[in-house]
Design a protein around this ligand. Sequence first.
Ligand SMILES: [Zn+2]
Length: 654
Amino acid sequence: MSMTRREFLSVAGPGLTARGPEAADWRAQGILHLEHSPHARLKNVPVRAVALHEGFWTARRKANFERSIPTLLQLLEEHGVVDNFRRLSGRKNVPRRGPLYTDSDLYKWMEAVAFVLQSGEDPGLRATFERLTDEILAAQEESGYLNTYYVEERRALRFQEMHRGHELYCLGHLLQAAIAYYRATGDTRLLDGGIKFVNYLAENFGPTRRPLLAGHPCLEMALVELYRITRERQHLDLAGYLLEGDGERLKLTRQQSIYLFSGKPFTSRTRLEGHAVRAMYACCGATDYYMETGRSDYAATLERLWQDLARGKVYITGGVGSRAQGEAFGDPYELPNRLAYTESCAAIGNMMWNWRLLAARGEARFADMLERALYNGVNSGMSLSGDLYCYRNPLELSGDPDDRIRNPWYDTTCCPPNLQRILASLPGYFYSTSAEGLWVHLYHGGTLEWRLRGEVRVQIVQRTRYPWEGRIELEMRPERPAEFTLALRVPAWASGARLWVNGEARAAPAGQYAVVRRLWQPRDRVVLDLPLEVRLTAANPMVAENWGKAAVERGPLVYCIEQLDHPDVSIFDLLLDPDAGFQEEFRADMLGGIVMLRHKGRAWRSSPTAEPLYTRWPPPARATRTAEITLIPYYTFHNRGITAMRVWMPPAGA
Ligand SMILES: [Zn+2]
């Protein structure tokens, strides 16, 4: 049974309006719509409720909006990604082009556009989205099936090669784009198309019908999000079925279920393994499923997997997936720097997963992980100019001119539109509400206008130059005096943070939310001061490559050094001096405006590259001299051309 738009609205309407007029309002829905999710402690605020002022992310979002989004659509057209739909509707007579998952790249681009439209009207972008919706729906079959690859001579292969097919992955991204557009405009045309395909799946596949495999997880989280709109139990159940896995009927090998991170019960997982993006997306879907069902076996598995990540499988940049072979997670502590695969999509998956865990649990460790990924391993993925992208985000580069890490286009172009949708949706990650009050997760100048439980409308103006400066000022503007809790995240690195409410000091424990409950009056002032002293960070000695080395961090930013700032010495001969300190200098003219660090370090007098590979133990004592070292934020690497780069450096005397 396919669902027309009218039928869809009639299903969604009464169920939602029964919970209050605003619940039915698409304008009130955030990145995740958790209002009725019984096991979500925190609720998202809509993207449109937060207006970011000038600052760090506004500059990045500007590059996204002005340069990245328009140029990528051109590239998608040039590479035939839209034509792949047009040829099916008979609008163009051209061969199909690109790998089998190109549909998802267009959907992800559309999702980014939809998030832009959640922040404000843009008639041109809206018209483009509508035009693309026409192209897509014209290619959809009467049954609901929609995929540009499994057509014509490949038609017989539908759902026959689900371990590589990406049919459900593409549908997942279609739904995410459609949901984001619904939340931008209230329009359900694309969403209805997506639901038609979902209903086709629900009618033909499942435990008592033909088996189905996620193959590349993504549809699970999209289905739960769809359920949050439609309240159709079968949408949630299909997500549950995919997470449970039907690998025995599908005769998956053990290796396949590891690589795919699907096909066997999610709750049987004991570690992160296999394809990193698949694993992260599966964890997103499982957390979404948990927030609707409250199943304790899901909670236990998610905690186990998060510990596995945090204790041995995440880079200091928040990047994940160290192995190029299979784009996979490595063993615990297998975190090579130069060989780091760390796909942009995997860091994004890490961020999205931690956003869901944060909503489920309300614990600062998840927001810390999210911030680490966002400012570093995600942020590095798009150039400052907005039109070059990293697929890999290594932590060290040799400077080989063939090692072109930033490129305008990839045949597998999953990362560019993924970065776009994160930047476009970013305002939705700053705040949450809960039964207790309001939570602030991230810091940036901006204005929140939203309502708390009890329907008190509140405006909060946040003033700060974070991440360059640590002082954050919040001006509270409730519509009337109102008692609620304000929870401010104090990052784990911010020991010594200080907090004042109207000048009165309050506790601000690092690695937790500082909680202030009071009767808030209009114009109450909160000041949080996060110490941004440069700090040296060591890795667990089990991380072989970083043994004896240190990374330089300041606030949420990881720093690196580039060869082009050190014309007279190889950066691989440079040593940090732990006693020397760092000079901070804001450079508006450099890399879009950064706090650059200067450090009086050391350098080997003669380069070890002149010595034999092996010598008798102990190694010769090595003479050093002073050397000026310049450090820049990691996310800006290779924005001035190809050059050697490193994050982890040995300290002198080590
Ligand atoms: Zn990617």
